[in-house]
Design a protein around this ligand. Structure first.
Ligand code: GDP
Ligand code: MG
Length: 502
């Protein structure tokens, strides 16, 4: 099912990714606005970061994937404690809260202790939560003293970064709260929660990268990123566009997907090793967005009798779908009556009679050529008289006399006042199906759709398009010729068949 579109999308995405990598502009400088805002603050951090990374000869990809290093934290911590005093001296304490006062006092004691030759301000530790104390002690043992004394100025600024970013945007991930911020700025529960968040991001680094990143990770990625211009996007989208056109995706839908992708990709720096994932993620989100209409569950409807009218051109699968829905309703213990309102062809009445017999349901029928609205009316009266739950009305779908058909259908609707007007279209007819559904929607105002023959549709364009075009939900896919070959619509079903499952 939908195999051609699935394969074409896959190869088009890979071509697209390759082109972005080859033709995209290499981003050397921090390009995104939020990074720029923090530039002044970031400068010393950047410097320090580079210094640390170089001897370790880390690859850019590794840097991009790694969450901020524990090692960095370790280096920061002891200095934080000393320099926090300087920080407060230089910046002034914004609020003279009891907590801040305690901090100041702690800092003073720490400085005194340092002068006396003691390594660390243990007093500061004593005032912190228990778990923090353990961590401090552990880390104190690891840090060589030379490192503690290195670059005090830069580190003072480093301490500030997480706080500033946090103030600016809550949702922004903090670059691993420094140990000091854990102690002084946050409650332990908060810290734990944030660590959990980071853990999750570690587990799914690509997701984290797409959504948000720590400052250190961003810096690490910079030189390996690519951006494409709007003009480049136009030509890069070409293969994807052709893949969709060839598989009957409606033009309006392609335009929507193009717009979504361009929003996600144009002038947005993308890490080299994330290009295909980013494009895929964007395409998935865009296609999922084609199915936003609220679904209709006929099994949950309460009105009695509940009247459903089926529309669609000849051969689309109306009569077969009626038989399948009958089976579904019966399985749910509902009683059904059928109305043979396709009186245009004698064979159509016989075909429905055949299904009615096989499924053991009543068929209300008149002679060939009779008034279809009258047949529908009689079926509803029968249902009312016999306590039948559902009335399913079959209709004609000849295309050669559109005006007459339209009048005929309108009359059925007037007389039968159906609770649900379902359009049945062949999935395999692609763009024709989209055109038909538009026409029927204009004539009778449909409420939802059944897409028949999805089992033999390798393209999938209609399935992707009809809901977006009409703003109405697909209720079921016909997936074979048997009575049970009816698959309830789900976004997941479509996405899976397009190879775009989560
Ligand atoms: N493979 C397949 N064939 C179907 C499906 N639904 C209907 N058909 C076939 O399509 C043909 C036309 O169906 P029919 O119900 O008579 O269409 P109608 O003219 O709209 O009533 C029949 O041969 C059906 O067996 C489906 O979901 N899958
Ligand atoms: Mg029929």
């Amino acid at each position: 099912m939908f195999k051609f579109l699935k394969d074409k999308l896959k190869s088009a995405i890979s071509i697209f990714s390759k082109k972005v990598e080859d033709e995209g502009k290499v981003v050397e400088e921090p390009a995104p606005a939020e990074e720029k805002k923090a530039d002044a603050l970031l400068a010393p951090v950047k410097h320090k970061e580079e210094k640390k990374q170089t001897p370790e000869k880390k690859t850019e990809e590794k840097k991009a994937l790694s969450p901020p290093k524990k090692k960095e934290e370790k280096k920061h911590i002891p200095i934080d404690k000393k320099t926090i005093i300087k920080e407060e001296e230089q910046q002034g304490i914004e609020e003279e809260t009891p907590k801040a006062a305690a901090k100041k006092e702690t800092g003073a004691k720490a400085e005194a202790a340092a002068k006396e030759g003691r390594d660390e301000p243990e007093i500061a530790v004593r005032e912190t939560p228990k778990n923090a104390v353990d961590e401090t002690k552990q880390e104190q043992e690891i840090i060589p003293k030379e490192e503690i004394l290195a670059e005090p100025e830069a580190i003072v600024k480093e301490i500030k970064i997480p706080e500033r970013i946090e103030e600016k945007k809550e949702a922004k991930e903090e670059p691993k709260q420094s140990f000091f911020s854990k102690i002084f700025k946050k409650k332990p529960e908060q810290s734990i929660q944030e660590e959990k968040v980071q853990e999750e991001k570690d587990i799914a680094p690509e997701k984290a990268k797409l959504e948000d990143k720590g400052i250190f990770a961003k810096i690490g990625e910079k030189i390996s990123k690519r951006t494409i211009t709007a003009e480049q996007f136009e030509s890069l989208f070409f293969d994807l566009e052709i893949a969709m056109l060839e598989n009957n995706v409606a033009v309006e839908v392609i335009e929507k997907i193009k717009k979504d992708l361009s929003k996600d990709l144009v002038n947005v720096p993308i890490a080299r090793n994330q290009i295909d994932r980013t494009i895929l993620h964007s395409l998935k989100t865009s296609i999922e967005g084609l199915f936003t209409t609220e679904n209709i569950n006929i099994l949950a409807e309460q009105k009695r009798p509940y009247v459903i009218c089926f529309f669609g051109i000849n051969g689309a699968g109306k009569t077969t779908s009626i038989a399948k829905i009958t089976r579904l309703l019966q399985k749910n213990n509902y009683k059904v009556v059928l109305a043979a309102s396709d009186t245009f062809r004698a064979a159509a009445i016989d075909q429905l009679q055949h299904h009615a017999d096989a499924l053991k349901v009543k068929l209300v029928k008149h002679d060939y050529g009779a008034d279809p609205a009258a047949v529908a009316y009689d079926a509803i009266q029968y249902a009312k008289a016999h306590g039948i739950d559902f009335v399913l009305i079959d209709t004609a779908g000849r295309l050669h006399s559109n005006a007459n058909l339209r009048d005929e259908l309108k009359k059925i609707i007037r007389v039968a006042a159906p609770d649900l007007k379902l359009f049945v279209g062949e999935s395999i007819s692609g763009n024709d199906c989209v055109e038909q559904v538009k026409q029927f929607h204009e004539s009778v105002g449909i409420d939802g759709m059944i897409l028949s023959k999805a089992d033999i549709d390798e393209k999938g364009g209609a399935a992707v398009s009809v809901s977006y075009i009409t703003g109405k939900p697909i209720l079921y896919f016909g997936t074979g010729q048997g009575y049970d070959d009816l698959t309830p619509f789900s976004k997941e079903f479509v996405m899976k068949n397009l190879g775009l499952e989560a």
